[in-house]
Design a protein around this ligand. Structure first.
Ligand SMILES: Nc1ncnc2c1ncn2[C@@H]1O[C@H](COP(=O)(O)OP(=O)(O)OP(=O)(O)O)[C@@H](O)[C@H]1O
Length: 239
């Protein structure tokens, strides 16, 4: 069974149609990357998957249930671009607080903090951390519940290259252990680390593909170049 199934999804925000008749499914135990330029609708689609976005029409099914169902609360982890951790608690206290909410103990919390590379900062108040560190603290709090589906909105923004690579390795390990990840990015070199790629442009799905298929279809080893070739081809087809 696919972990996420989206059928004919239409979302309007303000007076604009920001998602236009999207159809896709995300397989379990895989990292599905959601890529596209700023404003293409990545965050809106993630909000629809976690059930916090009002939709105009269409259907979003997550782990076999309608998106946003109460039964999904502990099965789905969501990390937004704005870190959602308590500034007046330390990193460790935050992780332990979320661990308690998920019925897990302190060792699980400490392991999640280490997983995001924050073991050395575990005793620091979140309010004193850098933006990138705060984002990782937020990620640790989502990981601690070991959700079956992790929805991560641009989790590597503001991180140095070493940390970015480490986090992507962590995502791959989570998927190998059975979790499903939906991860957005506007950096095409991160696309190479995904099993599946959804390329969004102007709220429409330009391609539902894999890194190797994108390279072949876009006739370039460079994913950014291949993506641009697809964009130009679609613009040519629309003209
Ligand atoms: N609260 C809102 N009210 C009205 N329109 C909105 C709202 N939030 C987003 N939009 C519009 O919806 C469209 C999609 O935005 P969304 O945030 O989903 O894009 P994105 O691909 O995640 O962008 P980014 O990479 O910059 O976060 C954009 O045109 C944006 O201006």
């Amino acid at each position: 069974m696919d972990a996420v199934v989206v059928r004919d999804l239409v979302v309007e925000r303000g007076r604009r149609r920001v998602l236009q008749h999207l159809d896709f499914s995300a397989p379990p135990g895989r990292v599905t990357g959601l890529l596209g330029p700023s404003g293409s609708g990545k965050s809106t689609l993630m909000r629809a998957v976690v059930g916090v976005q009002r939709v105009r029409s269409g259907k979003v099914t997550v782990l076999g249930e309608p998106a946003g169902s109460p039964g999904l609360r502990t099965r789905v982890g969501y990390v937004t671009q704005a870190p959602s951790v308590y500034a007046d608690l330390t990193v460790r206290e935050n992780a332990r607080y979320f661990a308690a909410l998920y019925g897990r103990g302190a060792p699980a919390a400490d392991a999640a903090v280490a997983d995001v590379g924050l073991a050395d900062a575990a005793h620091q108040l979140v309010g004193n951390l850098s933006g990138g560190q705060r984002g990782r603290a937020s990620l640790a709090c989502a990981l601690v519940g070991e959700p079956e589906l992790l929805v991560l909105d641009e989790p590597t923004v503001g991180l140095d290259p070493v940390l970015r690579v480490e986090l992507w390795e962590r995502f791959a390990a989570l998927a190998a252990a059975g979790a499903t990840l939906l991860v957005s990015s506007h950096v095409m070199d991160e696309a190479a680390r995904c099993d599946r790629l959804l390329l969004l442009r102007d709220g429409a799905l330009l391609a539902d593909t894999t890194p190797s298929r994108l390279r072949a279809d876009g006739r370039s080893e460079d994913l950014e170049q291949a993506f641009l070739t697809l964009v130009r081809a679609s613009e040519g087809a629309a003209a």
